[in-house]
Design a protein. Structure first.
Length: 382
């Protein structure tokens, strides 16, 4: 398989080709293909913002700030080719649905479950409506589907629907609509609430928050406006990364939201840019970002952010560059599902996952070294 290697501008080849995850210094990032984002909010919500470095804390079971070396593996392929999809995790299962599918980029209502323990797929009840670029998260034992486009790629076809899937009953139930239309954003779950960030539709600079127990929506300031972004939860905070910046092209901006304070913090930019990428946080609290498209190609870059250290790392690239993927984490594993292999309308059945590689044992230096035997032919002896 041919790998499309795309190195972020300014990263030395030796670093980008490293097999593990290599820590790098991060500062302000500027390049010809990624204009600098504005230094401050200009949409009237500056009061809810702070500048920051490290946010959050390391999980209790981790005290090593250095990411482990890792390797990629191939899983059982999707039963159908999909791209511009979304996913969610319950226990060891990844739920995936929606998107574009053959023939001709049809809009999919397909929905299925990938059992990571058995490496097997199961077809489930179709989505209540066929959508591409939807948002999905898991909370209260259910899978939640929000928004997405029902037709062409414009705000007029974005939906405001929210639906919940019950795995035990294999049934979808309509829930209260979002405050407005939204597609190509991201949804994450934290402490019984769903957070819808970014995307295209209504009030694009706002974040919508759904209280699962109360069954009601509220409104809060959102991150820097962008769509086709990634997001993840780590250490009790919502992290939003990368995406396309409404006329600014692909970005690497990273921001974190503290629900207790109701404020966003600007963090070190990702050491690269992407739009059409995705993200997920593994059990150690680190946030993995991969995929995307731009400049006529798809990306295989794999970046890892450690909230405890406030630093980015460059990890082993994804084996197959693609965009419009679903990313999910199960334990220490980071999964990437579906997506287009070429920029624009395309789809695949690919499932690839990354996992840490345990270092090999060190030699026992307490043992006596083996004796070296030398034969001396001219003396006829050893």
């Amino acid at each position: 398989m041919t790998k499309s290697r795309r190195r972020a501008p300014g990263i030395p080849a030796a670093v980008a080709a490293a097999a593990g995850a290599v820590a790098i210094a991060v500062g302000t990032w500027a390049s010809p293909d990624r204009p600098m984002p504005p230094p401050a909010r200009t949409d009237g919500h500056d009061a809810g913002w702070t500048a920051g470095a490290a946010v959050g804390a390391a999980p209790a079971d981790r005290d090593d700030p250095t990411p482990a070396a890792g390797a990629w593996h191939t899983g059982a392929g999707l039963p159908v080719a999909l791209a511009e999809i979304a996913g969610a995790v319950i226990d060891q299962a990844i739920y995936v649905g929606g998107g574009f599918t053959p023939p001709g980029g049809s809009v999919a209502a397909w929905f299925g479950r990938y059992d990571t323990a058995d490496d097997a797929w199961a077809k489930l009840a179709d989505l209540p409506v066929a959508v591409h670029h939807p948002m999905m998260a898991a909370a209260a034992g259910r899978v939640w589907l929000a928004g997405g486009y029902t037709g062409a790629l414009n705000a007029s076809t974005a939906t405001r629907r929210l639906d919940a899937y019950d795995p035990a009953a294999n049934r979808w139930t309509a829930m209260p609509d979002m405050p407005g239309r939204r597609a190509a954003g991201f949804m994450v779950a934290l402490d019984g609430r769903l957070y819808v960030v970014g995307g295209i539709g209504d009030a694009e600079d706002r974040m919508w928050v759904y209280d699962v127990a109360a069954g009601s929506w509220s409104d809060a300031p959102g991150p820097t406006k962008r769509e086709h972004l990634g997001a993840a939860v780590s250490g009790g905070r919502v992290y939003v990364v990368a995406g396309r910046g409404f006329g600014r092209g692909n970005t690497g901006v990273l921001e974190a939201y503290d629900p207790a304070a109701g404020t966003w913090a600007r963090l070190p930019d990702m050491p690269g840019v992407c739009g059409g990428c995705s993200a997920a946080a593994t059990a150690d609290g680190r946030i993995h970002v991969t995929g995307g498209e731009g400049g006529g190609r798809t990306y295989d870059d794999h970046f890892v952010y450690d909230p405890a250290a406030g630093a980015w790392s460059v990890a082993e690239p994804m084996p197959t560059a693609r965009h419009g993927i679903a990313a999910a984490a199960v334990g220490a594993r980071f999964y990437v599902i579906g997506g287009g292999l070429k920029q624009g309308l395309d789809h695949s059945t690919l499932v690839e996952w990354w996992a840490p590689v345990a270092p090999g044992p060190l030699p026992d230096l307490t043992e006596a070294p083996p004796r070296l035997r030398v034969y001396l032919p001219h003396q006829g002896r050893e």
